[in-house]
Design a protein around this ligand. Sequence first.
Ligand SMILES: C[S@@+](CC[C@H](N)C(=O)[O-])C[C@H]1O[C@@H](n2cnc3c(N)ncnc32)[C@H](O)[C@@H]1O
Length: 222
Amino acid sequence: MSKNCTGACRLVLRADEKRYLIVMSVVSKYNRIAPVYELIDLPLELLFFRRWREEALSCLSGKVLEVGIGTGRNLKHYSLRCSVTGIDYSEKMLEKARKKATDMNNVTLILMDAENLEFPDNSFDYVVITFVLCSIPDPVKALKEMRRVLKPSGEMIAIEYVRSNNRLIACFEDLVNPVICSLSGDNMNRKSIENIRTAGFTIREVEDLIYEDFFKKARAKP
Ligand SMILES: C[S@@+](CC[C@H](N)C(=O)[O-])C[C@H]1O[C@@H](n2cnc3c(N)ncnc32)[C@H](O)[C@@H]1O
C-alpha cells in the first residue's frame, strides 16, 4: 500500500500478483460459464469444430498433453493408442471433462496453469490446443512452456481463432472482442500464429479453416 501527495491510499501490486489476478479473472469466467459452455457455440461445434477435432486428433499416438482441455470435447477423438494428459486451470470446466473421461483409462486430468506446466522437459510426443490461445493471459509464456515439455521429435497441433488478415473481418473482430472477452475471457483477435513463432516453434503447416482466415489449424515443431 502507498500514499500519494493527497494522502489517498493506492494498492501497489507486484508483477506476479498482477499476473495472478489476471489469470484468476479468466479462470473465474470459465468457472462461471462451465455449466452452459457447450451450449454457447453448439451450432459451430456441430457444423465445423467436431469435424476439425476428429481430423486433427484421431491419427495421433503416444503421449499427448492437451492444454486448456476445458469440458473435454476433444476426448472422444483420441484413439486408445494415445495416453492423454489434459490440464486446465478451471476446476468447473475440468469437472465436465472428468465426467466424459469416467471410462477412459488412458486419460489423466489435472488442475494446472498453462503458463507454469509442472512436467519435466521433453515429456510429450504431442501438445494439443484447441481454442485456447485466445484465453490464456500470456499466450507466449504458455507456448514456451508447451515447447519445453515437447520431445524434440514431438509436434504441437493447434486449432485457434486468429486476427484475420482481411481488414473488414479484423475490424469486426476488434469491434466484438471487448464484449466477447468480458463474457467469456476469449480474445477473438490475437495473432496466435505469430505468437507460436515468437515462442520459438517452427511452423510446419498452417491451414485456413473457414471464414477467410478467422479459424486456423497449425502444426509446429519445438
Ligand atoms: C475456449 S475454452 C476451450 C476449451 C477446449 N480446448 C475446447 O476446445 O473446447 C479455453 C480453456 O482454456 C482454459 N484456460 C485459460 N487460461 C488457462 C491457463 N492459464 N491455464 C490452463 N487453462 C487455461 C480455460 O479454463 C478454458 O477451459
